[in-house]
Design a protein around this ligand. Sequence first.
Ligand code: ZN
Length: 203
Amino acid sequence: MKEIAEGVERFRREAFPARAELFERLAGTHRPSALFISCSDARVVPELITQREPGELFVVRTAGNLVPPYSAAADGVAASIEYAVSVLGVADVIVCGHSGCGAMTALASGGGLGHLPAVAHWLHHADAAKARTDAGEHRSDERVDALVRDNVLGQLANLRTHPSVARALALHRVTLHGWVYDIRSGAVQALDAAAGRFVALTA
Ligand code: ZN
C-alpha cells in the first residue's frame, strides 16, 4: 500500500503538472471516443496498450471481460454501456480479451470453482463461448487461446442485446470491435468479422 500512496504523491508532484492543461480541460469536459471493455486482470492496462491520454477511453473492466446480456434487471455493466453509448456517444466499442486469462483458464478446465460461487455464477455469461470452443477441434494447449477468442465473439453478441447498442448500430453511430491482447509480445489481434477470424491489428 505504501508504494501506491507514494505513487499518488509522485503523480501530484510530477505527472499532474506535466499535463496541467489537459486536466484543466478535462475538469469540465467528458468526451471519450471509445468504450473499452477489458478483463480486470492487472496485466491488461487499456490506456497503456492503446497509448491514450486521460479522458480518451471510457473503460469497463470485468472478470473475463464478460458483458451480461441485457435483462430487465439491468446491472452496473449495463448502466456503464448505456451511458457510454447513449449519453457520451462513443463511436467505437472494443471488447478486449487477453492471453493467459484466469477466467477463461478456469472455464476451459471446467472445474475447481466450488469455493468461488460468485466467479462460477459470473462465468455462465461465457457459456455460449465455451460451447463453441467445445465444438471445435483444438489441441489441449490451444484450448484456452481458442476460448479467449470465442469469448470475445460471445461478448460482442451479448453487447448487441443492449438497447442502447442496438439503437446506435441501427443508426450507424457505433462500430463494435473484438480484440485479443497478448501479454508476452504486446501484440493485439483484431476480429476480421468478414473472414470470421482474428488477424494482426493494423492502424
Ligand atoms: Zn482475464
